[in-house]
Design a protein around this ligand. Structure first.
Ligand code: G3I
Length: 461
């Protein structure tokens, strides 16, 4: 039996209600694209390294899983993790990273099969003759690459084979086997996992120079011999105090012209601490410049940062007094570098959202035909006190501050700075400062769109 037909008046009421809902309820705001999505729109990936101990940190894992479309295990696929004793393999931690990536639909860059560091003593101090060491190397590469077969997009097969002058590093492998260990490792990896793109990876090869010439000559000769090599990784461990890599884009391009992919594999940009707004702004420019160099080279397939938050950076323990190298601070809040990355990838600066370090309430209290008074409340949303602050924002129109209070006000063009007064420079966690100004304007008096405190974007509240 057919269900009873709704009456005409009832239908009319349903349509009227539907129309009302469509008119009154605004459409759900489209989420801002993530770094991974922005990179994907350019045919690239944007990834982060991670490490197993960090995976119990839920807020950290949430950003790792949503913002990036590639991850790399920082330690758990290295030789000391996967074959700590001869013939005894252990994949649990590498598997954990792969499983996490699969849950988040991320690709994985495998890192790394053959490296002089984090190499167990049984290999480095074993005193093996060449034939035996070759078979140890081949067995390691074959067993590890077979275990992860089909699950990894890339493998850093050989890591850091060069000295700074472009000669081969004196590792146990080079000492015993000569440079042939590199071709052996690549061939064994290809045989074990034919789908993974095979990379050689190194640092201080980002720009033109002796070390990158060494890498260039190696890759050229491997290609000429038909050795399987698909890509070259440029780690990108940069430091503000040493300058930007020389002609990075040109360098990436010359490798691509050899017929290999290139990737930025371990990007971080450290500075001498303490960080300040100027250094963070320079760092942001560098992140943008690296990204632009990659986007300018069609075979530059993606960028990985060496973890995404200063909370888990390797830098402070290795370079005391240096740090702040990543696009998120220690409290998982985006730094200026994060917005610079977004912009370089073709997006717009992201809404720092509920995790922002600061909140700014901007209120026009009174307005007359050519002027207005605004009250601004700056709140420290972090967990530590802020000692000394500078609030920056830009007027969208021709507004001009004529007089301000409770802060030192200055304006250049549309850019306004309010520096704390002597009595309100310390903002305890959760504390606010109330400041204000009078200004002139013509036309429309629209509010500034974004605010930053000491260079870090704030939530508008
Ligand atoms: O696992 C032990 C732990 O048991 C012990 O309690 C602890 C005490 O120090 O050390 C732990 O090992 C540390 C390991 O990371 C895992 O956390 C090592 O000391 C530490 O040296 C090691 O650092 C790693 C470093 O490689 C080693 O060279 C970093 O996390 C890792 O990010 C870093 O990554 C390298 C790339 O693989 C290659 N390019 C350079 C990059 C930065 O150095």
């Amino acid at each position: 039996m057919l269900p009873p037909r709704p009456s005409q008046p009832l239908l009319a009421l349903v349509f009227a209600l539907a129309l009302l809902v469509a008119l009154v309820v605004p459409p759900a705001q489209a989420a801002e694209p993530t770094l991974g999505e922005l990179a994907a729109a350019k045919g690239r990936y944007f990834g982060s390294a991670t490490d197993n101990p960090e995976l119990t940190d839920a807020p950290y894992v949430a950003i790792l899983g949503s913002e990036f479309n590639s991850i790399t295990p920082g330690n758990s696929m290295k030789w000391d993790a996967t074959e700590p004793q001869r013939g005894q393999f252990s994949f649990a931690r590498g598997d954990e990273v792969v499983a996490l990536a699969q849950r988040n639909s991320q690709r994985v860059r495998g890192h790394t099969l053959v490296w002089h560091s984090q190499l167990p003593g049984w290999v480095s101090n074993g005193g093996f003759p060449a034939t035996e060491l070759r078979s140890i190397l081949q067995n390691h590469v074959t067993t590890v690459a077979t275990h992860f077969k089909g699950k990894l997009a890339h493998w850093d097969v050989v890591n850091e084979p060069f000295n700074e002058d472009g000669t081969f590093r004196d590792s146990v492998f080079y000492r015993t086997l000569g440079q042939s260990y590199i071709a052996d490792a690549l061939r064994a990896a290809r045989a074990a996992d034919p789908a993974a793109k095979l990379y050689i990876n190194d640092y201080n090869t980002d720009g033109l120079g002796a070390k990158s010439d060494g890498m260039y000559n190696l890759v050229k000769s491997l290609k000429a011999q038909g050795v399987p090599i698909d890509g070259v990784g440029f780690q990108g461990h940069l430091a503000l105090q040493y300058g930007f890599p020389y002609k990075m884009q040109e360098n990436l391009r010359r490798f691509a012209d050899l017929g290999v992919d290139v990737a930025i594999t371990e990007l971080d940009i450290r500075m001498n601490l303490p960080a300040d707004a100027t250094k963070l702004a320079t760092q942001a420019t560098w992140y943008s410049d690296v990204t632009k160099a990659c986007l300018a080279v069609s075979r530059c397939v993606g960028i990985t940062i060496w973890d995404y938050t200063d909370k888990y950076s390797w830098i402070p323990s290795v370079f005391p007094g240096e740090g702040a190298a990543l696009p998120y601070d220690e409290n998982l809040r985006p730094k200026p570098a994060y917005n610079a990355l977004r912009t370089a990838l073709g997006g717009t600066p992201g809404d720092p959202g509920p995790t922002a370090a600061c909140a700014v309430a901007y209120k026009v209290e009174s307005q007359w035909n050519a002027g207005f008074t605004a009250a601004v409340t700056v709140t420290n949303r972090g967990t530590t006190p802020i000692n000394g602050w500078r609030l920056t924002f830009a007027f969208p129109g021709d507004q001009k501050v004529t007089q301000g209070w409770n802060a030192g006000w200055s304006q250049t063009g549309r850019d306004v700075t309010a520096a704390n007064a002597s009595w309100n420079g310390t903002l305890a966690a959760g504390a606010s400062a109330s400041i204000g100004f009078n200004a002139s304007y013509t036309g429309t008096n629209a509010a500034p769109a974004t605010f930053a405190l000491n260079g870090t974007a704030c939530r508008a509240s």
